[in-house]
Every structure is written in C-alpha cells, then in structure tokens.
Design a protein around this ligand. Structure first.
Ligand SMILES: [Zn+2]
Length: 459
C-alpha cells in the first residue's frame, strides 16, 4: 500500500506534466473483470483498477431508517478501461459520476457496472462518485448476517466477509486496501463512531443534524470499515500516546464495564508480543443485541451485545496485527487471522495465571470425530468461520509450530510476520516460507499435516 500511494503520487505528476498529448495511437479499452477471483467469493472485488481512497458521506435519518449517501472513490486504472465494476447491493442509486462527468451504470446482482463517457487510460487516476438513498439491509450467507446491522436506535457495521456492499460501493477484495474518510450526519441526540481518529464534530444544522468526521489514515480493506450510529456512552483516553476511544450502548453498561481499560491493557500487552501497534488509534464499540459476532473492524472492533469477556477483547485486538494490518489475500487462508487471534487468547491465559497454551492444546488434541473433519487451511466458504476447524485447530497449528521450532524462534517469528507484512496482505505459503527461513527447518510436511489434511495430525 505504501507502494500504491507512491504510484498515486507518481501518476498525478505524470498527468500534470503531460499537458501536450503524444501523437494519437489506437488504444484499446476493455472492461474490467467483475470479480477478483477469490475461490470462496468469486464476484467479490473487481478487476482493472486499484483503490487509493474512499470518501463516505452519509446522512442517517432514524425515521424510516434511511440513509442519503455519496461515496467517492479515488482509484488508479490498472488497464485501459472501457467500463468497470463496483461491488454494491445498497439502496437506490441516483447518480454516478466519473471524473465529475455523468456515467452510465446498471446493476447486475451484487455488481454495479459503470461505463464512463470516455475510456480510462491504464495508470491514470480517476474518481467515481456514487449517490444513493434508502434503507440499507444486511447481507446474509452461510457465514451469517453481515454489513449494515440495524439497532433499536441506529445501526452499526460488521461486514466480514462480504457485507461492505450493503452500505457503500467498493472494490471489496480483502487485497485492495485504501484509506477512508467518513462524514456522517445524524440527529444531534445521536453519536457517530467510525474507524480511526475523529477529526471534527460540527454544530447542529437547521434540521438539528450534526456531522461527525472520522479518518482512517492507514490502508484498510473495505470489509473492515465501520460506522456506528446511536446513543452511546463514550470514553476517551490514550494507550502508548495514541487515542483510545471506546463506546457502548447504555443498555450494555454491564457487559462493557471493562471495555475501555481492558482495551488499553490488551493493546499494551499485545504490542509487547507482536511489535508496534499498526494503526494510529484504538478502541472498541459495544452495540446491538449479540445476534452477530464481534468483528475486528480496523482500529476499533465492534462487539455485538458487548464483549463476552476479556478474552474476546484480546482476540479482536490481536486481529489488528493478524487480519487487519496483515490481511489475507484469499479467504481460504482465514486461519491466518482466526488461528492467531485465538492463539493470542491462549497466550494471554498462559501469561496471566491461567492454563498454558500447551495445556489448552492438549485438551483439544484429545478430541475425536468431526473436530478433525475439515481442512484448516481450506475449510470451504460455508465453514470459513468454523470454530473447530479454523479457530481451535488454527490455534493448535500455531502451538504445534511453537513446540516444533522452540520459543527462541517462535516469538521473533510472530513479530517478523507482523512487521514484514504490515499494511499488506499475505498467504499461508508466505507464512510457511518465513517459518522455514527463521527456523532453518523443512516445515512443509508439518504444515501439510496440520492445514491440508482432514484428520488428526500425529505429534
Ligand atoms: Zn476472530
């Protein structure tokens, strides 16, 4: 992503300095692909461009639960584009502008197909602004409800893996990270939270609405974007000098009593284990009724129904390193997120008077039957959040690796992985290669047994 921003600056320079076009040559413009080709979510993401920034402006009207929104995307064409797709299944579109000019568009299932008046040259920076209004609805699939989640006094967003399209048009591939700006207007008695840092709250307008601005300055996959609108008790503090902003719905006061202070404690503990915290703020949001699971929304996880316990906070914050900063390129590798976040819970217990990670491993290793029936490294789309195959066996894979390579290699490996892939994406093969390099061992048979066999590995 650092590279991408450099490319953005470079392309702007080229545009500014090439006022006189070269002699006309025939140029072929072709449509961008409708999906990024993920085996689990083939239509998620799109081909032909790379997003640098999302600017989300949204006005929320609790009466009828409606939004009136404009999302403006700044992107770089990766090919000569005659048209391109966005992922969007949100409310009615009124207008699509490309570089400020009205563009043709049509909706095709979860795809929004945009045809600009002129082709977009490979390497050029362009903007696409989509205006839409209506009542967003969550997306549902075998992994559950996701995206825009209604609450009794507003809404919050938890989009993993495929829900971003419920509330804003996106290149919703986990591999296309971008920075985000949020400007959310809501009636003055409601509070607005989002990812990143709050950069302003305006006064009430003639309708009594206030606009709150938030900025996520580090690259973020669209599924990790969130806003939360409603009545909240907000706490603000710092951890390691950066803002810690937590908020809970007043009805979740009991469940959220540790949220603020324990978030600070967990971030500090995890920074010691995993290396520098990857974002410029932290926090948490407790909202909703617990009908969807917690999610590691970047820099500020959301806890549906409030955190279940401190270990859930440890888990979601561990994802800031494993999942958010170091993202998966393909959903098949989801154990890289869930296995490590679950293992963080085991390490927390080990270092705070609880059972050792090895003891927790042994307890699960005794299990038989369906516990071992899926492949941890390729569980299938419907099972990508399977507690046994992905969370527990993912964490067991990490513990088994620790036993195999020893603590002197294992703990530096965690930091090297987080640092070396910071703000990027990675694959299981990348992890295997790094573990082999740092340990000097051939680990392919080990990882094959733990990740790609649907049976209990031998110790
Ligand atoms: Zn998780």
């Amino acid at each position: 992503m650092v590279r991408k921003l450099a490319a953005l600056a470079a392309s702007l320079t080229v545009m500014a300095s090439s006022a006189a076009p070269a002699a006309a040559e025939p140029v072929t413009f072709l449509p961008g692909a409708a999906g990024a080709g993920d085996p689990y979510y083939p239509l998620q993401g799109n081909g032909g461009y790379d997003v640098g920034h999302y600017d989300l402006r949204l006005r929320f009207d609790p009466d009828g639960h409606k939004v009136d929104a404009t999302t403006t995307i700044t992107a770089i064409a990766a090919q000569n584009l005659s048209r391109f797709n966005l992922d969007f299944s949100g409310p009615s579109i009124s207008d699509v502008l490309v570089n400020g000019a009205r563009a043709a568009y049509r909706r095709d299932g979860q795809e929004l197909v945009v045809t600009p008046p002129n082709g977009l040259r490979s390497g050029s920076t362009f903007t696409v602004a989509v205006s839409y209004a209506g009542a967003p609805k969550a997306v549902s699939d075998a992994t559950g409800e996701q995206g825009w989640i209604r609450t009794k006094d507003g809404a919050y967003v938890a989009s993993q893996p495929d829900g971003a399209r419920s509330w804003f048009p996106a290149d919703d591939s986990p591999a296309d990270k971008a920075t985000f700006s949020f400007r959310v207007s809501a009636p003055g008695d409601l509070t607005v939270l989002a990812n990143g840092e709050r950069t302003g709250t305006g006064g009430a307008d003639a309708d009594g609405y206030r606009t709150t601005r938030w900025e996520m300055r580090q690259p973020m996959a669209p599924y990790l974007a969130t806003v939360a609108i409603g009545r909240f008790v907000v706490s603000e503090g710092t951890v390691d000098g950066m803002p810690n902003v937590t908020a809970y719905d007043p009805s979740l006061a009991d469940e959220s009593k540790d949220l603020h202070d324990f978030t600070a404690k967990a971030v500090a503990w995890e920074t010691g284990l995993f290396g520098p915290y990857p974002f410029s703020s932290t926090g948490g949001i407790a909202d909703g009724d617990g009908s969807v699971t917690a999610l590691e929304t970047q820099g500020r996880p959301v806890y549906s129904g409030g955190p279940t316990d401190d270990l859930e906070i440890v888990h979601e914050l561990a994802h800031q390193w494993f999942g958010d900063s170091v993202g998966v390129r393909s959903w098949r590798d989801i154990w890289l997120n869930e296995g490590f976040a679950t293992y963080a819970e085991w390490l927390y217990q080990e270092q705070h008077g609880g059972p050792t990670a090895k003891k927790i491993f042994d307890r699960h290793y005794r299990k038989t039957g369906h516990f071992w029936n899926l492949k941890t490294g390729d569980p299938g789309q419907a099972h990508m959040f399977d507690e046994h195959a992905v969370y527990l066996r993912g964490a067991m894979t990490v513990q088994a690796l620790r036993t195999k390579i020893g603590d002197k290699v294992f703990f530096p490996l965690l930091k090297t992985w987080a640092q070396g892939n910071r703000h990027g994406t990675a694959t299981t093969a990348d992890f295997v290669a790094l573990a082999e390099r740092l340990s000097g061992q051939n680990l392919r048979p080990f990882f094959d047994a733990w990740l790609y066999q649907a049976k209990k590995p031998r110790l």
